[in-house]
Design a binder for this molecule. Sequence first.
Ligand code: ADE
Ligand code: ZN
Length: 348
Amino acid sequence: MKHSVPPIAAEHLPVLLCAMPKAELHMHIEGSLEPELIFALAERNNVQLPYASVEALRAAYAFTDLQSFLDIYYAGASVLLHEQDFYDMARAYLDRAVADNVVHTEIFFDPQTHTERGVAMETVINGLYRACRDAEIEQGISASLILSFLRHLSEDSAMQTLEAALPLRDRFIGVGLDSSELGNPPEKFARVFARCKQLGLHLVAHAGEEGPPAYIWGALDVLGVERIDHGVQSEKDAQLMQRLVKEQIPLTVCPLSNLKLCVVSDLADHNLPRLLKAGLKVMINSDDPAYFGGYVNENYTQLFAATGMGAAEAYQLARNSLEASFASEAQKAQWIAQLDQTFAGFAA
Ligand code: ADE
Ligand code: ZN
């Protein structure tokens, strides 16, 4: 580990994991829609759902791969119609993030999921943005938005989406790339990412979740991304591993997502501890917490319980999350000081 951490008794670790300040850099706001809120919004908006009850919907959350999840995730998002719906969804997530001691979150949203159903771009962005600002004022959490393109759609559709969002350019800090990975390599989006770079937007992309290391190379070299979302397949390519270490490119790893989408068969076998040990800048995130069995602290506690990682790893992961964020250097230094204080408070 890069940093020395005061000795902390093993029995205090679960509390420390929850108490330590952290950033969440990989979560999809549509993936925070709990079944109860889906049903409440369906009723409010007169939307018919193909499930009889909250329990029936939850029972359908048995995924075999990424696509089997995405089909249900897009169906769940169909209840979002009005600005207040987007606001309520984001406030519900931000409440959970505050409870998990998340001091900063960079939230993905998928505008095409909504604009394709006739919802206006301003409705989506204004609802989410207002929720972020209100949570910042009322709860002290820092929150930004990242517009994510759906990679199963065309690059032309992504370009039109970008153009539609540009009047609201000051309300999101960057762009990402998500949805069905296999068969939709980063190269498909070279032109739209080049345009986003010109506009001064931060760039990230999902790569190496189910897809091969070649997609991670493509995201770095063709799209020019600053972080890789997931990236757990990088271990299959020694040269790529070397590069990720040398350039300290952050990987926003999501353990419970990998388990629920059968990327790993057992949390005890998750490669995050090995990636961390090899010197990669990895951290823990929740991806789609309403669908995968937990918010960010649940990801920390379950992965630590399954793998036996300790306080030194906890510190490094939280610190990585803060350092890899797109916040200012001065702001990051403040959060890292808070992190150090938390660890000092837990010292034996
Ligand atoms: N959209 C929401 N969650 C996703 C994931 N884990 N991978 C790709 N696209 C997503
Ligand atoms: Zn994701």
